[in-house]
Design a protein around this ligand. Sequence first.
Ligand code: NAD
Length: 287
Amino acid sequence: MSAQILDGKAIAADLREHIKRRVDELRAAGQRPPGLIVVLVGDDAASQVYVRNKQKACEHVGFHSELLRLPAATSQDELLALIDDLNLREDVDGILVQLPLPRHIDEDAVTERILPTKDVDGFHPYNIGRLVLRRPILRPCTPKGVMTMLTQTGIDLVGKDAVIIGQSNIVGRPMFLELLMARCTVTVCHSKTRDLADKLRGADIIVAAVGVPRFVKAEWVKPGAIVIDVGINRLDDGSLCGDVDTAAVTAVASWITPVPGGVGPMTVATLLENTLLAAELHAASDD
Ligand code: NAD
């Protein structure tokens, strides 16, 4: 068996076109375009790449977007004051503060300061709580993007055994909630999990979000499983690889996401989807 490629780049391009058409309709109806503000504190190299991709994607679909660059020495109070201003701006539908933040700034305090209706990252406790209760509005982008990809396989997810490796607040935990909402039976593994390989061998769906290059081995994958590789790891030679041993696992799985070109583009496209949703909800609440 050779797995089919779950082409995140192509699925994300379709999603962006759909969003662009909706923005064109809004403009034609005399409404302002959705507005996203990205805040970057300091000069983390990977973050610079991520925010540039987000900016480009916003421009492509016709959003109003601004990148606010702040020095690494920015105090927490200054950052919170900026968020307060952005919360009040009527032309701003989404606020994204790029993580990680410099160590002297409490990320939780920043996440919680963003108005839940402008929290297009979906990290605010209000939005996570809504996902827990199966009444989501703004959902964390990476897990939601993975669900969009899984839908593309056409496979019925109901009752499937899913195993997630990783329990972070931005990937593993919301991924658990998404798959549970889709009525999978979900196991979440982490660094203290015993017999990880045994748990993976029973999985119909594997989501790897570990941050360790080529961590998932072909011997751990059930023939025909769907394998979603969230990992983005930069190797010494400058190339990127995921958390799955893609070459070997491709021979066993039924579907697999490539890295790059898999989950990464879906995360950015889902951010646009969230910003459009936030804008539509803001417009509806103004009526
Ligand atoms: P994290 O470091 O916060 O979490 C890693 C998780 O892996 C932890 O829960 C840890 O317990 C678990 N883990 C570590 N070693 C393990 C082991 N030996 N066995 C089982 N579990 C183990 O990372 P994160 O922020 O969730 O990101 C994970 C990966 O996904 C990274 O490579 C990151 O760059 C990538 N990422 C990609 C996207 C995207 O859009 N594609 C978005 C976010 C993160």
